[in-house]
Write a protein that binds this ligand. Structure first.
Ligand SMILES: [Zn+2]
Length: 581
């Protein structure tokens, strides 16, 4: 040890003599290399920005490689000195330069090397680690060593000096809360976990990765948005959807008040947004209010705004939804829930085009397109005197009926696909689609909660399915839903449980309740015939009273419907998950 120290000291003066400041040319030289005298704090800020913008892992790689490059340059000087002095003394050039450059004070603890045989073992104490101290200052105590640039330097320097790859690790680090850092270096092969550390020495093109991700985003956007700039989830190809959408487009060209009808969860707000986007008000605000979600006593101040002091608790004046939607569209969902006095006020606003804030005498002009929606029989409410007939006729100028999901089975596949893409991206999962059983269950379920239920179920499936697999039936359907389906005699695995529901009666019930379609019954018949005939299509066709070509045609149609639910192709590529915040 004493020998080591004396060598270390002897090297210092000699090295210091190799540093040349040349103010007249604006250069500093260390031996043959131009050096920079930079502010440690500025350097630390750059390091912090790298971490904050690229993440710990990528920043660590960049900094390690930067240190490695410095170590390589300093090893050149050491190797020229090795011609005149012993290996040990020549090697100490690196640790002394690291100290002289102001990075860290290096003291050898144990050093055993032989350049001829490639043998190397080095242990050093690092005091005043520049990097460790600043890391701790910016990020607090870390669970792993943080002196990445310095470790890179030690690896680059020693590998170049020895002529073989040498890997250092910090066994103690200021960044982890130790008093000092302590490093140990050995040839790469002697570390069992070398691969884990060596990856930081391989440059990765972040630009390439960004371009790749950008391309994927553009593709996804294109796939999601379609040709018109519409809400991404507004998808359908069933006749029912097409008819509703067609009406919507006609309404969009005018300023007519539109009443959207449909069960809960059919996507009334999406239709309302689409109407707004398709019309001339698209550059202005789209404001939505669910009348059922607001207590009766607050609904007027929400709609028309409130003046300071109008009632206890009205501490400041604020505009209502009408004022916020000025020039744009106001979507009033569950309009049937509006209390009668509010209905009168709403009617007056619609007739006169001006509002009065609650507690205010002043009238304000507003230019708002009203889109109303309801899931119940408004006409019935009118009859019962719970909804004003004059308001009803005013709102019902143009009616658009949105069919429930069970009446537009063709839309289940594209919607499921869209939600799978959306929630995979959101939850950072890469999934390969749905299993056959899951696809069958999605198509045979009655969807009492419509698209919203489908969307929630797919999100549940995405969360529950392990990455890299397909979504299974039990990932989608909670036991509660399964129970309900069971009451109708439907087995979500795609078959009909005849024992449970009482044979033919259950079958009829299932069709009449919308739990299954005639088409699905046909599919079941065909499948069981093919099964019974052990795949012999001619025999299966005979059982069904069909010709073989007729059966083949039906099977082909069935396979096409299945293929529409296969997602694997359009799914995002590897690495996308990291891009999701
Ligand atoms: Zn450290």
């Amino acid at each position: 040890m004493t020998k080591l120290h004396s060598i270390a000291h002897a090297a210092s003066d000699d090295l210091r003599a190799r540093v040349h400041f040349c103010p007249e040319t604006g250069q500093i030289w260390l031996h043959e290399h131009r050096m920079l005298l930079v502010h440690a704090e500025a350097q630390a800020l750059l390091r912090k920005e790298l971490i904050d913008s690229l993440g710990m892992d990528r920043a660590r790689g960049l900094l390690t490689r930067m240190g490695y490059a410095s170590g390589l340059r300093d090893a050149e000087l050491a190797r020229t000195r090795a011609e005149n002095v012993g290996d040990l003394e020549a090697f100490m050039t690196g640790p002394k330069l690291h100290t002289l450059e102001g990075i860290v004070h290096v003291t050898p603890v144990k050093l055993d090397l032989d350049r001829a045989s490639g043998k190397f073992y080095g242990e050093f104490l690092w005091e005043n680690s520049w990097e460790g101290q600043w890391h701790r200052h910016h990020y607090g105590i870390h669970s792993e060593p943080v002196c990445w640039t310095q470790i890179g330097y030690a690896c680059g320097y020693t590998s170049a000096f020895m002529g073989r790859p040498v890997l250092y690790k910090e066994v103690e680090c200021v960044g982890m809360g130790h008093d000092n850092c302590r490093i140990v270096g050995k040839p790469v092969q002697e570390w069992p976990d070398a691969a884990e550390h060596m990856r930081f020495f391989t440059p990765e093109s972040i630009v390439d990765q960004l371009i790749e991700l950008q391309t994927q985003v553009v593709q996804l956007r294109g796939a999601i948005a379609g040709k018109e700039k519409l809400p991404a989830d507004l998808i359908g190809r069933s006749p029912g959807f097409a008819a509703a959408y067609d009406l919507l487009k006609h309404a969009a060209a005018s300023q007519i008040t539109v009443l959207l009808l449909g069960e809960t969860g059919v996507g009334k707000e999406l239709f309302a947004r689409a109407l707004h986007e398709l019309g001339s008000r698209r550059e202005r605000a789209f404001v939505a209010l669910n009348c059922a979600a607001i207590p009766n006593e607050l609904v007027e101040s929400e709609l028309f705004g409130v003046e300071k002091g109008a009632y206890t608790g009205a501490l400041v004046s604020r505009p209502g939804r009408f004022e916020r939607a000025d020039g744009g569209s106001l979507f009033l969902d569950e309009i049937g829930e509006l209390p009668l006095p509010t209905q009168s006020k709403l009617l007056r606003v619609l007739q006169e085009g001006e509002i009065e804030r609650v507690g205010d005498q002043k009238t304000r002009k507003v230019n708002v397109r009203i889109i109303a929606a309801t899931n119940d029989e408004l006409r019935q409410r009118v009859k019962e005197g719970r909804f004003r007939s004059d308001l009803y006729y005013r709102l019902n100028a143009f009616q658009v009926n949105i069919p429930p999901l069970r009446e537009r089975k063709e839309d289940i596949s594209p919607l499921a696909k869209r939600f799978l893409e959306k929630y995979s991206a959101l939850h950072g999962k890469k999934l390969r689609g749905f299993t056959d059983k899951a696809k069958r269950a999605l198509l045979s379920y009655a969807w009492p909660g419509n698209i919203r239920e489908l969307q929630n179920m797919i999100e549940r499936g995405v969360i529950l399915a392990p990455s890299g697999t397909r979504i299974e039936v039990n990932h989608l359907f909670s036991s509660l839903v399964e129970e309900q389906a069971h009451e109708f005699g439907v087995d979500l695995n795609g078959g009909l449980d005849l024992q449970q529901g009482g044979s033919a009666a259950a079958l009829c019930d299932a069709v009449l309740n919308g739990v299954m379609t005639l088409e699905q019954i046909e599919v079941m018949l065909i499948e069981s015939a093919v099964d019974k005939a052990r795949g012999n299509l001619s025999a299966a066709a005979r059982m069904l009273g069909l010709t073989r070509p007729q059966l083949a045609y039906r099977l082909k149609r069935l396979h096409e419907a299945d293929a529409n639910l296969s997602m694997a192709q359009g799914a995002p590529g590897p690495g996308t998950s990291h891009a999701v915040p």
